[in-house]
Ligand binder design. Sequence first.
Ligand SMILES: [Zn+2]
Length: 213
Amino acid sequence: MSDEEREQREKLVRFGALLYERRLAHGSAGNLSVRLGDGAILVTPTNSSLGFLEPDRISKVAPTGELLAGDPPSKEAFFHLAVYEERPAAKAIVHLHSTHAVALSCLCHERDDDVLPPLTAYGVMRVGRLPLLRYFRPGDRALAEAVREAAKRHHAMLLANHGPIVAGRTLEEAVHAYEELEETAKVFFLLGERKASPLSFEAIAELNRAFSS
Ligand SMILES: [Zn+2]
């Protein structure tokens, strides 16, 4: 096993425990993945709890999904593979069923192309526009196609009545963006029916100019 793979396996264990302790992951819900330099993907195993991962049992799969090492991968690994295929710069993906983000995914939205208001600069910078993908039953392979389509333009997306998928250039970046999404959703619900003052179109354009990479 390469040093890179060993390091990334340990990192998945650490971040899994962190997300579990922060109650962003519960039971055996949610999955994390990392793409290695050789293109293989490390993904959390099926029925594993993110709070209690073991480095050597983490699944290693080929970009086609074939198991190369470790336990069988999460049943949701197929949509991680679709995002990696569509976004060459993505090196890590976080998918959780955290409370506020899931609540947001269960609302009726006027527009499905952007369901999280631009309330704060960090929300805009880390999450950006958040499209809502329609509901699919767990394991439905048609979800991979919908995810692939959304991943062409978005590193973060929300699955209806399910939860978000967030990609990043590193596991840290994907986790931070996921946490920003969850916190922004929490703020959105705290504001409730009160009239909020989201960032203006100009403010968002300025952020995109200043921080786009
Ligand atoms: Zn899920």
